[in-house]
Ligand binder design. Structure first.
Ligand code: GLU
Length: 441
């Protein structure tokens, strides 16, 4: 059965880049009727925070990316220790004692000599006595996985055929000197034991995948299908890594971005299919095809989310936005006509408040000197209330007859006098809601 996972480290809020990973894994699982696991990669006790675990769950729930179960790596440390023992017994695991400074020096020397900065495996030559002495001096060493120096190949769901020479990769450290298990092995053990069939993640993980394939094979597991999506860049192609912190999902939510707008964009961005606003998750699931995605960096512009949000809101019935309409201060009796008037004139729900204030308090009239008389005449012709959808039509007809004005010369001064703006909602829909005039009428 298809099983995927989204595996964030709870060391911060998740952002649009993480969302891409989460969404792709979610859509694959749902399309296949499989399982979507939320895996919390919390093997780093210092950097992992419970508040981020909660925040990740809230963000996914906000988007409707529901998971079938949660797994936590911190609950599974014994499983990783067992796997480490197995690798040790197999002779695929060795202790190394270089300090970060020593490693850095080695790398610099290699680069100076025009060689790739790959760990030189000096630790493999240490005798037991030398290791004892180093341990006494420096404490426990790190544990590295000994790669087989051959080509590692896989057919990537997005990148196609990949072939990496294992000799060009350093033997990965899987356990730190202080005993902390690192993601590379924890992830392999989890993917294998949880029957993960498909792993989609960012292309920054390609080298990890190469080493993980060898670890999976050493432990006797079955490799999942791997796919690596491209990384997001800013609208100009600039690196987004530093700005991702400001593109946290909760910030977008605060800015009024609607989940379906965000999901519709992220499910298509970087693929050969056009971005189209979808109203239901089911449509995104149906239309998702990972093979449509390309390897080139994907441009992301946060501004694209606002027209999609506006379009989505326009399509909603009052029932879906009743809370926001009430929060804007709109009384229930006029909620229906207010929403009908406002929905085409907002970008986010936060804009409702301004329209309601206009209805409730009126606006500072905008009247050009040459229109003063005309406006006075028009106001005198305003019928008695209550106003309805017909009022604007009948009133402006009367004003036209009385003043001889027509077209823009008729409508624009009236709009500006009543709303203080040159543009805005349909006047026919707005007029019945203009409480000030209503009170006068
Ligand atoms: N915790 C890892 C990360 O956030 C997971 C990577 C993976 O999907 O394997 O980068």
């Amino acid at each position: 059965m298809t099983t995927t996972r989204f595996a964030p480290s709870p060391t911060g809020y998740i952002h649009v880049g993480n969302l891409r990973t989460a969404l792709m894994n979610y859509l694959i699982a749902r399309k296949a009727g499989g399982t979507f696991i939320l895996r919390i990669d919390d093997t780093d006790p210092e950097r992992s925070k419970e508040e981020y675990v909660d925040a990740i769950k809230q963000d996914l729930e906000w988007l409707g990316l529901h998971w079938d179960r949660v797994e936590r790596q911190s609950d599974r440390l014994d499983r990783y220790a067992e796997a480490a023992d197995k690798l040790r017994e197999m002779g695929r695991f060795y202790e190394a004692f270089e300090t970060p400074t020593e490693l850095d020096l080695k790398r610099k020397k290699q680069l100076n000599m025009g060689k790739p900065p790959v760990y030189d495996r000096a630790a493999l030559n240490l005798s037991d006595a030398e290791k004892e002495a180093l341990r006494a001096e420096r404490g426990n060493g790190v544990w590295r996985f000994k790669l087989d120096h051959e080509r590692i190949e896989w057919n990537d769901g997005i990148l196609g055929d990949i072939s990496i020479d294992a000799a060009s990769v350093s033997d990965p450290v899987l356990i730190r000197g202080d005993g902390q298990v690192l993601y590379t092995i924890a992830s392999v053990v989890d993917d294998t034991e949880m029957g993960v069939t498909d792993v989609v993640r960012g292309s920054d993980h390609v080298t990890n995948t190469a080493t993980q394939i060898q670890i999976i094979e050493a432990l006797g597991g079955t490799c999942p299908r791997f796919a690596h999506h491209s990384l997001l860049t800013g609208p100009q192609g600039e690196a987004l890594s530093k700005r991702l912190g400001t593109l946290a999902l909760r910030d977008l939510r605060e800015q009024g971005v609607q989940p379906m707008a965000l999901l519709s964009l992220m499910a298509r961005l970087g693929s050969s299919d056009p971005v189209e606003l979808r109203s239901e998750m089911a449509e995104l699931i149906d239309g998702f095809d990972i093979t449509r995605f390309g390897a080139a960096p994907t441009k992301f512009d946060v501004q694209d989310l606002f027209p999609l949000t506006a379009k989505h809101l326009q399509s909603l019935p009052l029932a879906d936005v009743a809370d926001a309409v009430a929060d804007a201060g709109v009384p229930t009796e006029v909620a229906e006509p207010f929403w009908a008037m406002a929905r085409e004139n907002i970008t986010t729900l936060a804009d409702l408040k301004g329209w309601w204030e206009l209805c409730r308090d009126g606006a500072e009239p905008l009247i050009a000197d040459e229109d003063r008389e005309f406006i006075a005449e028009a106001i005198a012709l305003l019928p008695e209330g209550p106003f309805d959808g017909e009022t604007w039509g009948t009133w402006t007809k009367d004003v036209k007859e009385a003043t001889g004005r027509k077209g823009k010369g008729l409508f624009m001064p009236l709009r500006k006098a009543l709303t203080g703006m040159e543009r805005g909602p349909e006047m026919a829909a707005l007029l019945p809601l203009l409480q000030v005039i209503r009170a006068r009428g």
